[in-house]
Write a protein that binds this ligand. Structure first.
Ligand code: G3I
Length: 305
């Protein structure tokens, strides 16, 4: 296999990327996407502020363009994200608890219904835990007004809406074994024990010199898989360049392949030109869509040539 997507498929995995609708008119962007990737995640277009900026009024145009493109090319789509504290329109924070509960459930229901049958995995709840050693929940309108039960409620609503979509919890700085991943682990374990519907955990995997690829990455993915959920690498990017960056990328791929329930890898963008990191070169293709050493390392780790 000579592309990321075909090499990953030979390993029973998908290889995806975040996509921005605004770049779909740029021909090297689209040709690289189509040649190399087998799954897409809308980078911003399915977020609450993008689809329901005013209450009860839904706008799916930009996200629909990404989904239509992906479907036309036979790619999977990851849904990102239904309940998150960020990119949340102001009106949500102003609601009373009971109103917020119905707004959250209505949002999940309407967005999932719109994309029913088109999404392989949904990030139902994103980034609900704090960084650091506390293992505590992050403050948000949902946490502060609805309490710990909001995550469970979101997953139950999601399952009731689309029983065929895989339902994921997604977070960052949970890639190795640490206090934050321990807290997510405890939640997933509790959900599985009590029959709360959850199918997958997403590990964003935004790495840099302060937060390198953890040495216990594979072990951490495996302990989640052992709870009976799939694991996915959902937003991979690694700051750096050259052989050091390539080695780190290769290690991420090897960790996923070593875990049978690690079902796919998504990089958070195609080209360094459009990375969310305003400086730096964290992706597999350079500003001119040239393949970087990191690309070669990923392809090789996937068993491609
Ligand atoms: O939509 C407005 C547009 O109307 C305006 O003209 C433009 C001017 O700057 O801003 C646009 O909004 C930006 C949006 O991206 C769409 O481009 C926001 O300012 C900008 O903050 C936003 O950044 C996104 C960020 O999430 C927001 O938190 C990044 O593109 C996106 O890559 C990033 O993705 C997140 C994941 O969803 C969750 N995990 C972390 C990851 C990286 O931060």
């Amino acid at each position: 296999a000579s592309t990321l997507g075909t090499a990953a498929a030979a390993q029973g995995r998908y290889f995806g990327t975040a996509v921005a609708a605004s770049h779909l008119g740029e021909s090297p962007y689209v040709s690289t996407l189509d040649a190399e990737f087998t799954s897409v995640t809308p980078e911003n277009e399915m977020k609450w502020d993008a689809v329901e900026s005013s209450r009860g009024s839904f706008t799916f145009d930009a996200a629909d363009r990404i989904v239509a493109h992906a479907q036309g090319k036979g790619m999977k789509v990851r849904g990102h994200t239904l309940v998150w504290h960020s990119q949340l329109p102001g009106w949500v924070g102003g609601l009373s608890a009971s109103d917020l509960r119905s707004a959250m459930n209505n949002h999940i229901t309407k967005v999932m219904q719109h994309y029913q049958g088109k999404i392989h995995s949904w990030d139902v709840v994103n980034e609900a835990f704090q960084d650091g050693s506390s293992g505590a929940r992050r403050s948000s309108p949902f946490q502060d007004k609805l309490g710990n039960g909001f995550i469970e409620e979101a997953f139950r609503t999601a399952r009731a809406t689309d029983p065929n979509a895989k339902l994921c919890y997604n977070d960052y700085n949970t890639d190795g074994v640490n206090a934050k991943s321990n807290a997510v682990y405890a939640m997933v374990k509790d959900f599985k024990q009590r029959g709360v519907p959850i199918d997958c955990v997403g590990f964003q995997s935004h790495f840099n010199s302060n937060s390198p690829v953890p040495s216990d990455y594979r072990q951490n993915l495996q302990r989640f898989a052992d709870l009976g959920v799939d694991v996915q690498i959902t937003e991979l990017d690694i700051e750096g360049s050259g052989s050091a960056q390539a080695t780190s990328y290769g290690n991420v791929v090897k960790a996923c392949l070593a875990v049978s329930r690690c079902t796919g890898i998504t990089t958070w963008g195609i080209t360094d030109k459009y990375s969310w990191r305003s400086s730096g070169t964290p992706l597999l293709f350079d500003d001119n869509y040239g393949k970087k050493p990191a690309y070669d390392a990923v392809l090789s780790a996937l068993g491609g040539t």
